[in-house]
Design a protein around this ligand. Sequence first.
Ligand code: PEP
Ligand code: MG
Length: 583
Amino acid sequence: MATLGLKGVGVSRGIAMGKAHLLQRNQPSIREYLIEAHLIEAEVGRFNRALAVAQQHLITIRDRIPQNTPVDIASFFDTHLLMMADKAISQKPIEVIRQRGCNAEWALKLQRDALVAVFEAMDDPYLRTRKDDVNHAVNCIQRILLNQSERLPSAGDGGLEGRIVIADDLAPADTVMLQHEGIVAFVTEYGGPTSHTTILARSLGIPAVVGVKHVLRYLEQGEHLVVDGHHGVVIAGADERSIRHYRHRQTQERHDSAELNKFKELPAVSHDGVAVTLLANVELPEDMVMLARVAAKGVGLYRTEYLFMNRTELPDEEEQLSSYRNIVLALKGAPLTIRTLDLGVDKELHSDRRGVVPTNSALGLRAIRLCLRDPALFKPQLRAILRVAAEGPVSMMLPMLSSMQELHQALELVEQAKQELRREGKSFDANIEIGGMIEVPAAALCADTFARYLDFFSIGTNDLVQYTLAADRLDNAVNYLYQPTHPAVLRLISMAIKAGHKAGIPVSMCGEMAGEPRYTRLLLGLGLRHFSMQPVMVPEVKRIVQESDVDELVKKVRGVLQLPSMVEVETLVERLNSRKTGS
Ligand code: PEP
Ligand code: MG
């Protein structure tokens, strides 16, 4: 049999193998017909009943969610229930039925089209995908009106156990039901990395690939598939060799995740009793689901740029406050470090506020430089952060500092923002901790001076490496030069750690190096005790911390700064990693 490989977006990791179950459920087809005047109220009653059944249906599924799944999952159902209860869906169609004298399905369809058009016009991709929620909520009611059972079709006698579901799109409710039926993966034609179904799949641990064009046309009912939810690959008719390869990876992944799960609830304390803080980097609100799953102890880097991107209007102070507040609430008392805007280079605003974009924007008007130049952009954010800090343990972090002037200017603007808030009688945290990112070599070299004015440091290796080695982090042609273990980089990291400790302030690292298990022992040996990383990496880094003898690592790493090149450093790293206790 010929092998067919399809590519989509891998949104939930894991390898699955099983028979395809094609779910042919397009949008219900709906026609308008007129209702006689004396039957209009009966039609309204029909709509109300369908709405009530749909609501009850969602409540039933929500209540069937297994206890051990993250709490956030229930909130998907609450979102759909709220939509159903909203006047736009619960009342407006009734007005349409009465005004047009039309059937309930048509009235609901008109209202759905109007709502979807509003979401589609939004610039923000996250909000745009919320039209899926409208569709899911409305389709749930439509199927009841059309007398199509809300139960998903089953795969015949064997049920859906072990099947890979192929669909145009899946609602969160479908996903939960399918998981109950024992499916092992799903593949959809639509959906993106931020759709609710995707987030759910990740939380439920179901491998998933979305955005596979015409998938229902290419695959056949019952054929054997391999799904690689990490790389976004779907293979039909795989040969023996590929199957052996994927079986091996599957076993390996299962083993790894079971092993890592054991570390989840254990504290991040080394073998010789040194406590280490492992926090998570967060970009989008859905990262919070993963954060809860891996039991990270808070957020060490919240990249706020994502709130500002892909839109024409800037988010105002109130919108920012409400976004930050949501994270504070989700963290339930755990710490949150909000980084002020780091726009520029790869993270552009829809409308560029710098005028003409310079040729090498990494060295141009980005991050704190842009914010200091443009207080109308910066001030509302400072005010929002100060205000949310009155509601939880929030600190502020300034990116890309390179000179004391910048730091003084930024601190001056924070003072102004405090005074304004005081005058306006708004509550805020006057003692908020303000930290700085050490990601420009100048800041690492002058870390002792910076430490006098900052409450903490966070080392941003992603930029520190590129600026130290003059190797653009976005340019593949020079990625062979982009080396976090170059002695120059390690010396700067070490300088920042020592300067912070000497001044008595905590030093964290939030660049990708912090979440790279290979370097955990090296960094512990250099004196790092606070790490912030992609949530998925927390369990693995924690395992290494627990297995390490920090005292021994400090001794072993002592000579590293004198090593002549990255080659010798990497050899040392190998040695540290090959001995389990790090001794
Ligand atoms: C860094 O530079 O290491 C960092 C964490 O910031 P970003 O990747 O957002 O530039
Ligand atoms: Mg950076």
